[in-house]
Design a protein around this ligand. Structure first.
Ligand code: ADP
Ligand code: MG
Length: 694
């Protein structure tokens, strides 16, 4: 029998080439995909509420027959209106859809329908507007659509719920018996988890919602468990490597601390001690540094660089964009100048160097003449090799994949690695999710920082915001105005920034120097615009979200974010972090028309707090982990069903069990653990490359 992830959905009866295409749109190609294609909600159709008992305000499922239907045009809004009256023998309900003329094809008098939606009172009658509907006149030989708890799937146009249910039902019938369980029996017994076959059956066609819940727990447990095992294994492999033990004296530490024009914050001192401790050990450091925007991560990163140099070795710092790399390079030069480390050679490596100067740069690095090497992913190029690299910093880790991190590290012999991120991760989660990294937190802002006030405006009030910005800019301040970019419609959004830029020059900000940067500009061009903004030649910078990370312009104190509802919370917080970096107070204007409760909740969260950790926690709750952490990161996007924000109890269980199991059977070599080991390997290949090797 072939593995289920190699069998196409086309092997299921009723799935031909056209259905296969639709399935592809839904991300379903194989039998395995389909088994794990979960309903987005359920409807309890065991007992329908009679229409005579339905009340305004209820959101529910009802059923009945179409008594009358027809289309008209609203004389007021000019919209196409399709109306229907439904009767179940005990009461009557009216249904309306707007601008969906094709509906007429589906319904005739006498058609039995199921409707799901919110009931309201309109002109003294009960009405549902644009409900979800199903027609149930065709035969239902499998009894999948009525008289039970019914799954409702996320669908695409051309696919009906009825068809999907039938296909999934057949799929379960044919393939479920083949499905191996990767969780050992004793683990399932210990935590009272149903086996995988029963779980998937109960998730698709639950007998009771309690069964569905325990099935869902089981699937989440499995995901967390595999993830935790991979994390622990990776950690074990690091602890087994031979690294470089740096010697770090007290005089070095105090020389370092005395080098800056400001006292280090308590948090900076603490984290530097943590890093120094790691660097002195003879196995490699793997440390994650969280620090909110502006908490002073560069200073901390520099400590390890200089410690490596003091030990006769080299350090590398990799940033996700050229702007950031240059900025790090500049601030390091500034920090070093005039101090005890003034003659440490610092190198900048970005793409687009001329062949000759690139050769020269490579030579200096290879010869060990360059001590601190700052750069973009250009550092990963094969031409770059170090004489002796013992310390690596990776800034803004969520922009890099695990692979790229490993690639940079491989340029040294198990160097110490510090990964820095400005995306704060709730404390309750970081230990569990980043079990392969030690975690340090910069939880204290430098003193003498201004405060940032955040206000939210509807787009109709945007001109008010522009007036306020104009006034402040005329008083000497600088402002950012940011527009979102959505990948699919990049051009459309680009136009928004471009059009507004032109409008600003002519109207709102005429007489003021305004600049524009966006992602599709040539690098040299956008660098120039940004540096003119830094030099205060440009007073207002209109930008797409390329600003998101790291730009440091202390004089800029105003941040306007248009279509703020399109940004994630963490992104908004990052953007806002661009202002209030000097001593001055800053202000942040969010212009948004949120259309959902989530949208409103997010804006309120950002308005009412400037604590990155609190905001992160909110974000995680509102959006779930996948989107919050973005792609690539830590295999977290592998978590499809489990949500660490809402299922922390299951996560804890899975973590404990993973620890115990890997303690007793580190290589998962026990025959009962083989399916588990194979599943972990398959799902987290980068994590477990060392197991495959060994
Ligand atoms: P992050 O990368 O964490 O957002 P940076 O390292 O860019 O923060 O630091 C932000 C600004 O704060 C920089 O201009 C830096 O020189 C300054 N800074 C760093 N540490 C301190 C401190 N202890 N006191 C005052 N200013 C500091
Ligand atoms: Mg930074």
């Amino acid at each position: 029998m072939q593995p289920l992830k190699e069998i196409s959905v086309q092997f299921i009866k009723g799935v031909g080439p056209s259905k296969k295409k639709l399935f592809e749109k839904l991300g379903v190609e194989t039998i395995e995909d389909l088994l794990y294609f979960f309903p987005r909600r359920y409807e309890d159709r065991t007992q329908m509420t009679p229409l005579s008992e339905v009340k305004p305000g209820d959101t529910l499922t009802v059923t009945g027959k179409v008594m009358a239907r027809g289309a008209r045009q609203s004389w007021y809004t000019r919209k196409h209106v399709y109306e229907m009256a439904v009767d179940d023998g005990r009461g009557r309900l009216f249904v309306v859809w707007f601008n969906q003329p094709y509906l007429d094809k589906y319904f005739s008098v006498g058609t039995p329908v199921v409707l799901y939606g919110r009931v309201e009172l309109y002109k003294d009658r009960l009405q549902m507007v644009s409900p979800e509907y199903e027609i149930i006149d065709k035969e239902d030989d499998l009894n999948l659509n009525m008289g039970r708890i019914v799954p409702v799937y996320p669908l695409t146009k051309g696919f009906s719920q009825r068809t999907m249910r039938k296909v999934i039902y057949r799929c379960l019938e044919n393939y479920l018996p083949e499905l191996p369980d990767v969780l050992p029996v004793w683990v399932r017994n210990k935590y009272r988890l149903p086996n995988i076959r029963r779980s998937l059956a109960q998730i698709h066609f639950p007998e009771t919602m309690a069964f569905q819940e325990s099935a869902h727990r089981r699937v989440s447990f499995e995901e967390f468990f595999l993830f935790q095992i991979s994390v622990i294994k990776r950690r074990m492999s690091i602890a087994g490597q031979q690294g470089f033990a740096h010697r770090i004296g007290l005089d070095f530490v105090s020389q370092f601390a005395g080098m800056f024009p400001f006292p280090l914050t308590g948090a900076q001192q603490r984290v530097i001690r943590e890093i120094a401790g790691d660097m002195q050990r003879d196995y490699p450091m793997m440390r994650l540094l969280h620090g909110d925007v502006g908490s002073g991560k560069t200073v901390v990163a520099l400590f390890g660089c200089l410690a490596a140099v003091a030990n006769g070795a080299q350090a590398a710092l990799m940033a996700p964009t050229e702007i950031l790399a240059r900025q790090h390079y500049q601030s390091i030069l500034t920090f070093l100048s005039g101090g005890p480390f003034a003659d440490v050679p610092v190198e900048l490596v970005v793409s687009g160097l001329s062949k000759k100067s690139k050769e020269e740069v490579c030579r200096r690095i290879r010869a060990g003449e360059s001590k601190i090497v700052v750069g973009t992913h250009a550092l990963l190029s094969e031409d770059i090799s170090f004489k002796k690299l013992t310390y690596v910093v990776i800034d803004e880790q969520h922009k890099f994949g695990v692979q790229q991190r490993a690639l940079l590290s491989s340029k040294g012999a198990s160097p110490d690695v510090l990964v820095m991120t400005a995306t704060p991760i709730p404390r309750t989660l970081s230990l569990t999710l980043f079990g392969d990294l030690d975690v340090s937190v910069l939880d204290e802002m430098p003193k003498n920082r201004g405060r940032v006030i955040t206000e939210v405006f509807l787009s109709e009030n945007a001109p008010e915001v522009y007036r306020a910005v104009r006034e402040k800019v005329l008083q000497g301040e600088q402002a950012y105005i940011v527009y979102p970019i959505v990948e699919e419609s990049e051009n459309l959004n680009l136009k928004a920034a471009q059009t507004m830029f032109e409008r600003f020059q002519k109207h709102d900000f005429n007489g003021i120097q305004v600049g524009l940067v966006h992602g599709q500009m040539k690098r040299a061009q956008s660098d120039e615009v940004i540096s003119r903004f830094k030099n205060n030649e440009l007073r207002i910078l209109v930008a797409t979200s390329v600003l998101e990370v790291g730009i440091d312009v202390p004089n800029a104190s105003i941040m306007v974010i248009e279509h703020a509802e399109c940004f994630g919370l963490a992104q908004l917080h990052q953007l806002r972090g661009r202002v209030g970096r000097g001593r001055k107070n800053g202000c942040c204007y969010l212009i948004a028309d949120p259309s959902t409760d989530d949208g409103r909740a997010r804006l309120e969260a950002i308005r009412s707090s400037t604590d990155g950790f609190k905001i992160a926690e909110q974000d995680l709750l509102i959006r779930g982990p996948g989107q919050y952490f973005g792609r690539h990161q830590h295999g977290l996007n592998e978590l499809k069903f489990a949500n660490p924000a809402t299922q922390i109890d299951i996560l804890e269980l899975a973590r404990k069990e993973a620890q115990e199991m890997t303690h007793r059977d580190p290589d998962l070599a026990d025959p009962r653990h083989i399916p588990l080991r194979d599943a972990v390997k398959e799902r987290y290949p980068t994590y477990l490359s060392h197991i495959q090797a060994g």
